[in-house]
Write a protein that binds this ligand. Structure first.
Ligand code: ATP
Length: 355
């Protein structure tokens, strides 16, 4: 059943359309990420849910109740911003208890709730420290504890991990997911980091120019991107454009006078222009380009070692392609010519070519 519903939300600042039209339904306990490039309207959407920005039109519903006209302080939501905004002169326990004081929740319940939430974020032993005596990740957990202690029906996170270094960030992603699951709090998070969105979310709403362009489970959005924009924003990809032609052997994508690639039958009609996305990990190197050439021949112009895999860039007749190949100890040399192949099912038909 729908718990949070955004209905045709729009926000205009004079001629600037910050949010053109956003509609979204979330179920109770769901973790949804708003993912997109800078300026696509993520934060404005979150701020409208929080009540800090008034929509130009549209409505917000939470658990069947209209939220749009409720003042932010009366919405009772948990909000964590990029800067954690902890009170510097208060201890960890005081910071966390602050929201309970505002709600006039007294001892012994106050103490019990602070203790429980600090245990959950594993900071009980640091309860008497000041924020300045904590690491970035610990401060982030205090901010989360402070938002969760009031048991909000909805948790709003705006780039909550962006101040952390890469390693801590990866740890905190798992931590955040664990905490959100154990509380079962419906959560909307804003991020421009696709790995973070994939690691944390039940569903991702990919935004572009003030709209949601695709909404789905991380693996569905990754494996079945609807548009060239989504394909290249969520992970890296190879986009190939051409004209469809029906040959005796099946449908082909005619990329140029010299190149016609076999392509899935059901993608369109002969004569139409079509775009395909092929993920770097779906392309394989075969042979040395002289005998077996697969679908295309290419020259390796760059090779990068990434531990468990190699990234190759190849110049081909359809442009430069990127491959991600499992490291099996015998990398192909730069400058070498190689054949490239992939399964037809890994050519995903996408809309539009302006990635
Ligand atoms: P970022 O990742 O950079 O924070 P975002 O996707 O969160 O970007 P928003 O902050 O929602 O984007 O902004 C969307 C658009 O609306 C941008 O073009 C921004 O410049 C514009 N905008 C946001 N707030 C205002 C405002 N108060 N007045 C005028 N324009 C605004």
């Amino acid at each position: 059943m729908t718990f949070l519903e955004l209905n045709g939300l729009r926000k205009h600042y004079h001629s600037v359309r910050a949010v053109s039209e956003v509609s979204l339904s979330a179920e109770r306990g769901e973790f949804i990420s708003l993912l997109g490039p800078s300026g696509c309207g993520k934060t404005t959407t979150l701020q409208m849910i929080a009540g800090f920005v008034e929509p130009s039109s549209g409505s917000i519903w939470l658990d069947g109740q209209p939220l749009t006209t409720v003042k932010p302080q009366n919405r009772g939501l948990g909000v964590v911003f990029q800067s954690y905004a902890l009170f510097p002169h208060m201890t960890v326990a005081e910071n966390v208890g602050f929201g309970l004081d505002m709600r006039k929740i007294r001892e012994p319940e106050r103490g019990r709730r602070v203790r429980d939430v600090l245990e959950l974020v594993q900071l009980e032993q640091h309860r008497d420290r000041l924020p300045a005596q904590l690491s970035g990740g610990q401060q982030q957990r205090v901010a989360l504890a402070r938002a969760l202690v009031i048991a909000p029906p909805l948790l709003l996170l705006d780039e909550p991990l962006s101040n952390l270094d890469a390693k801590l960030r990866a740890e905190m992603q798992l931590e955040l997911r664990r905490i959100q699951r154990s509380f079962g709090t419906t959560t909307v998070m804003v991020t421009h980091d696709q790995d973070e969105a994939m690691a944390l979310s039940d569903r991702i709403a990919v935004m572009d120019s003030g709209r949601i362009v695709q909404l789905g489970r991380p693996q569905d959005v990754y494996e079945r991107p609807a548009t060239a924009f989504v394909a290249s924003f969520l992970g890296s990809t190879n986009l190939i454009c051409g004209q469809l032609r029906l040959s005796a052997a099946g449908m082909q994508l005619v990329v140029s006078d010299r190149v016609a690639l076999p392509c899935p039958d059901s993608t369109g009609r002969a004569g139409e222009t079509a775009w395909f996305s092929i993920r770097p990990e779906k392309i394989r190197l075969v042979g040395d380009g002289s005998g077996e050439t697969g679908h295309l021949k290419g020259k390796i112009v760059m090779r990068v070692f990434c531990g468990d895999r190699w990234i190759y860039e190849l110049d081909t007749d359809v442009g430069r392609l990127v491959l991600r190949v499992q490291n099996q100890g015998h990398p192909a040399d730069e400058g070498r010519t190689a054949g490239l192949t992939w399964n037809l099912g890994d050519m995903i038909s996408v809309e539009g070519g302006h990635a």
